[in-house]
Ligand binder design. Structure first.
Ligand code: NAD
Length: 492
């Protein structure tokens, strides 16, 4: 398997053209060459996809859990078997370096296996109220789930939705971002002989048109969205109009808090990785660095030095640690924020611009950006409050744990964050007080299967990557049983 020169929409188990015949071109951020032409889905294609999903899900759900688990495990195995190709496709399509995209492929293979285990071990319950009366509590799927994913981690985030949604007995209609549809189309291709037709429908191409049609479709009973808080708010409003549930994984501005007793070298390297990984295009990026005043100046100077040594270049090169941004627009938006930061009074400790030239002139062939650190940042600055979604770290100093916690919580977002200290009391005090969905202690970014991931506040609601997300893709039904054979005793 490799990238095909053309992809159709994947509906009812096979690829087909959009009804309009429209296509869009998908380009590699690194180098800019066209990777594929992809069909562009619109309302009538959403109709077809929802019809196929609605047709299939009852039969899928009716299959014994052990059979559904076998299918999910087979999907996991198929992903493993295609690991290198999928990682390469993801790297070409997003610009993220190959070491990172391999990690995503492994994580999703594991997640399909995890949910195969979850549905085998999930036990519906029986509540005995008294000897004659009891409630059976059954888990039922919603039916057709509509999923919408962003461009930064297309494979990983799609997998976070697909594995639990399918495990729970639903069929899915999923829309990748216009810029990055290829890994999801590749997943559809390699699982076409495993998943029953109609269970997975992939609608690339036309961004908002297709997305709005998914939000409005009366045949979709549950929405799952990952993306910006702005679009997430719109998705929630649309779900409210139709009175259907929605899982929202939105933006973040996460605090990475470093105490003076931390393992200095590990904390330093992780502080760089927390924000520069994926060129900072990570919802849970450690984009606000809070450093204790005792070590602040030295830490920031060393971090700036480290950032200047990060190898930027071809994302397919094993040695590269930063590739290009996903698009020129995204780079422009990030550079605007850097300019804004300096206008607001912040100082650029390193970066703040695009590299030029480079080996074989590579930096002139894509939207590359230098790792950037802004110091002298205060909480009211927009660069400290808003998600920049690029390799731009804002740094603040703090005096003690209470001060660090207060700064960390001074955010509308609440997705993730970390604390670095050798003192377990401080670690637990901070981790419990920070109002976010995940707090790492002496680490940054791992989200293994079984760790609930999701936001507080403006970062959204609902959890993924954990068996609890089965609840997000199913609804409980009570069958109340009364075996009393005496009189009913209400009127007579
Ligand atoms: P985005 O909100 O612009 O788009 C996300 C998806 O929504 C895309 O598929 C897009 O085509 C679609 N969309 C856009 N407008 C729509 C509309 N009106 N109706 C229906 N669908 C619509 O986000 P993006 O720029 O693709 O991704 C970056 C954002 O995603 C960042 O804010 C980032 O923090 C967030 N994100 C969050 C998580 C998380 O797990 N919390 C993970 C990754 C990314």
């Amino acid at each position: 398997m490799d990238i095909q020169s053309h992809y159709g929409l994947f509906i009812d188990g096979s690829f087909r053209s959009a009804r309009s015949g429209d296509t869009v071109s998908v380009h590699a951020p690194a180098g800019g060459r066209e990777l594929s032409r992809v069909a562009a889905a619109a309302e009538e294609d959403v109709e077809d996809a929802v019809a196929a999903a609605a047709q299939e899900w009852p039969a899928w759900w009716a299959r014994p859990a052990v059979e559904r688990a076998q299918v999910l495990a087979a999907v996991g195995d198929r992903i493993v078997a295609n690991r290198e190709t999928l990682a390469r496709i993801e790297t070409l399509d997003t610009g993220r370096v190959i070491a990172e995209t391999r990690f995503d492929i492994d994580a999703i293979a594991d997640l399909f296996h995890y949910f195969a285990g979850v549905i085998r071990s999930d036990e519906e319950t029986l509540k005995r109220h008294d000897p004659q009366q009891m409630s059976m509590v059954l888990r039922e799927p919603f039916g057709v789930v509509g999923a919408i994913v962003p461009w930064n981690f297309p494979f990983l985030i799609s997998g976070w939705k697909l594995a639990p949604a399918l495990a729970a007995g639903n069929a899915v209609v999923i829309k990748p971002a216009t810029l990055t549809p290829l890994s999801l189309l590749a997943l559809a291709e390699i699982t076409a002989d495993i998943l029953p037709p109609g269970l997975l429908n992939v609608l690339p191409g036309s961004g908002r048109v297709c997305g709005e049609a998914i939000l409005a479709h009366s045949g979709i009973a549950k929405l799952s969205f990952t993306g910006s808080t702005e679009v997430g708010r719109h998705v929630a409003a649309k779900a409210a109009e139709r009175v259907i549930p929605v899982t929202l994984e939105l933006g973040g501005k996460s605090a990475n808090i470093v105490f003076p007793d931390a393992d200095y070298d590990r904390a330093l390297e992780a502080a760089a990785m927390a924000i520069m990984m994926s060129q900072g295009q990570v919802c849970s990026a450690g984009s606000r660095l809070l450093v204790h005043e005792e070590i602040h100046d030295r830490f920031v100077a060393d971090l700036a030095e480290l950032c200047r040594t990060i190898s930027i270049g071809d994302p397919l090169d094993e040695a590269t640690r930063m590739g290009p941004m996903v698009s020129q627009d995204q780079r422009d938006s990030v550079l605007e924020y850097v300019k804004l930061g300096t206008t607001e009074g912040a100082t650029i400790a390193t970066g703040g611009d695009a590299p030029t030239g480079g080996p074989d002139g590579i930096y002139d062939t894509g939207p590359y950006l230098n790792p950037t650190i802004l110091t002298g940042v205060t909480p009211e600055m927009r660069v400290c409050r808003e998600e920049i979604f690029g390799p731009v770290l804002v740094v603040q100093r703090f005096t003690d744990a209470a001060d660090g916690i207060a700064l960390a919580n001074n955010s509308a977002y609440g997705l993730a964050g970390a604390v670095w200290t050798r003192d377990i009391s401080v670690a637990l005090e901070v981790a419990q007080a920070v109002r976010t969905g995940t707090v790492w202690v002496n680490d940054y970014h791992p989200v293994p299967s079984g760790s609930p991931f999701g936001g507080f506040g403006q970062s959204g609601y609902g959890r993924e990557v954990h068996k609890a997300s089965l609840d997000g893709y199913s609804q409980l039904k009570t069958i109340y049983i009364n075996t009393d054979r005496g009189g009913y005793g209400w009127y007579r």
